[in-house]
Each structure stands twice: as C-alpha cells, then as structure tokens.
Design a protein around this ligand. Structure first.
Ligand code: C5P
Length: 309
C-alpha cells in the first residue's frame, strides 16, 4: 500500500462523573462519551524514514501542536512498531478540524487514526484487542476515539463499552450541537488539579451516568439537555470565568443547554434541531465569537476514508 487516510471524530461527554484521585494519580471516571462530527484526518504514506506534518481548518493554529517525539501520533507509531518489531517509517500528515487543547479529545483522535492508518500501511493485521490496549496506553480517551458512537467509559475513561440505544425513532437518534472553542486552550492536568483543590472530599466512586443513558434511550434532546452533567465544569469555569458568559449567551440564543466539553474550554450547546443549531450558531457569531462550529452526533469512530494501493 502507498497511502491511507483515516478519519477520527471529536467527543463531548454527555456525563462526566469524577471521583477522588486513585493511587496512580488518575481520577476514576464514569462517563458517557458521544462522538460528534468534527474530524481530524491522519494520512500515512510509505516512506524510508519518519516525518510528521500538520495543517488544518481555518480555525486551527498549527503552531499549537508540537510535531516532535512528544506528539501522540509519534508515540502511537512507536508503540505499534514495537508490538510487531517493525521500524516506525512513514510520512504522516495530520489535517485538523478538532480544536486543539479544547476538551474534545483532538489529540486522542489523532492517536486512534494513526494506529489504524499505520496498521494498514504496514500490513500488520493488529487484533482489535491489541489496538484497544495500545490506545489505552496512549491516553484515557483514545479507546473511545477508536470505537466512536455513544459509549460508557469507566476506569480512567479507557475501559469503553458501546451503548446500545433501544429507541427506534431514527429522527431522534441525531443530536445537534453548536461548539464554541476558545482561542486559548486549557491543560487537562491543570483542570483535574483544580478539581482536587475545589473538591477535596470528592467521593471515591464517580457519579453514575444512568440519567444520561436513560435520556439517550428515550431519544429526547430535551431530556438529554436536563441530564447533561460534567464534574469538571466548576474547575474549568474557575480557571476560565469568562466561559460562564459564553454558556449563558448560548442558552439565551436558544440552545437547550450549554456545558463545558470535558476539561474545556470548548463550550458545547445541545440544540433541538439542525435549524435551531444554525440559529444559535449565528447568534453566537453575532455576539463576537469568530469560531462557531455546528456538528451532529453520534458519529462513527476511526475509519478509513481514502486508500491508494
Ligand atoms: O490519559 P490522558 O493522557 O488523556 O490524561 C492526561 C492527564 O489528565 C493525566 O496526566 C492526568 O493528569 C489527567 N487525568 C486524570 N484522570 C483521568 C484522566 C486524565 O487525572 N481519568
């Protein structure tokens, strides 16, 4: 094979229950992941050595992403190569659509896409179990980026299980979101540290996701809006008080509910329909936000979109 492109989606957490830190420093989570249609594409092409480059949609600043060996795509390639005893040689290109350091798992999407793309390019036939294991080693959100859809995450988020939706009304299986990223990202570890400072008595067991799962099963955006829950939101808002105004404004523009996405700072607004999402997006642009994105969910996990044999 000469070249393969794999696409992976962003996520929002419909529920993010966070418990007191474990002995390894990670926080126990119970989360309901929901993949939304903002994408990063990772292209792997045959080459004699390793190289990594990046471009992106107009709202992406390539300078925000390091391209050295700390890049998660670099780490993914080395892990996969080591598993099979093959040298990590490829010309890699990332095309970014997911906000950087935005709480939407953009780096995790790149890692998942790189694992799948390099598995194909190097003709490795890695088992799904091994892919998920490598993904978990790379980051807590990477296994979900592989599977996509709606999924429950436990452990530190890396143990994922797809949620089967009982509801059969297909109209309600699509949820519309308006995403408002920030120019300045937030560091995930910093948000977790602030969570620890704000909630020293956090329970050992994270809050269960059952209300959000029930709302998904009911197929009701209104019920889902009520059930949205993010234990990291107070910490993110404490670090970035300006986001309170963003959330209020989105709701005033007609969104059913606004929440901080994951560790933030992207604000995610659940809307009742595609038309309402477009209206909220236009209201947010009118309020001075130059980057406002509309996406729906749930969408698929990492998958091949282009292939040159
Ligand atoms: O797993 P990942 O690399 O995405 O985690 C980034 C950082 O976020 C960790 O180093 C840790 O500080 C924090 N984290 C955490 N508990 C989790 C997931 C992440 O404390 N469940």
């Amino acid at each position: 094979m000469r070249e393969v492109t794999v696409r992976a989606a962003a996520k929002v957490n419909l529920h993010l229950g966070v418990g007191r830190p474990r002995e390894d420093g990670f926080h126990p989570l119970e989360t309901l992941f929901h993949a939304v249609g903002l994408y990063d594409d990772v292209t792997a092409a045959a080459a004699d050595e390793w190289s990594l480059s990046l471009d992106g949609a107009p709202h992406i600043d390539p300078a925000d992403v390091p391209l050295d060996e700390s890049n998660i795509v670099d780490r993914a390639a080395r892990l996969l190569g080591e598993l099979h005893g093959v040298p990590a040689r490829a010309r890699m290109r990332i095309h970014k659509g997911i906000p950087v350091a935005g709480g939407m798992a953009g780096g995790s999407a790149d890692a998942a896409a790189a694992l799948v793309a390099l598995d194909r390019l190097w003709n490795l036939h890695t088992s799904d179990a091994d892919l998920l294991r490598l993904a978990a080693e790379l980051g807590s959100d990477v296994p979900f980026a592989l599977i996509g859809g709606n999924a429950l995450g436990i452990g530190r988020g890396e143990l994922v299980k797809p949620v089967d939706i009982d509801q059969v009304d297909p109209h309600h299986l699509v949820y519309w979101w308006v995403l408002v990223p920030s120019r300045e990202g937030l560091s995930t570890p910093a948000v977790y540290r602030r969570f620890d400072e704000l909630f020293p008595g956090a329970p050992e067991r994270p809050a269960p996701a059952r209300r959000a799962v029930a709302a998904l099963n009911a197929g009701s955006p209104t019920a889902l809006a009520v059930a949205l829950h993010n234990d990291l939101e107070p910490a993110a808002l404490d670090l970035r008080p300006d986001l309170v105004g963003v959330l209020d404004r989105g709701q005033a523009e007609g969104a059913l509910r606004g929440v901080v996405s994951g560790s933030g700072p992207t604000c995610a607004f659940l809307c009742d329909s595609a038309d309402e999402a477009r209206a909220v997006a236009s209201g947010m642009r009118g309020a001075g936000h130059d980057v406002v994105l509309v996406a729906n969910g749930a969408v698929a996990g990492a998958h091949v979109v282009e292939y040159a044999g």
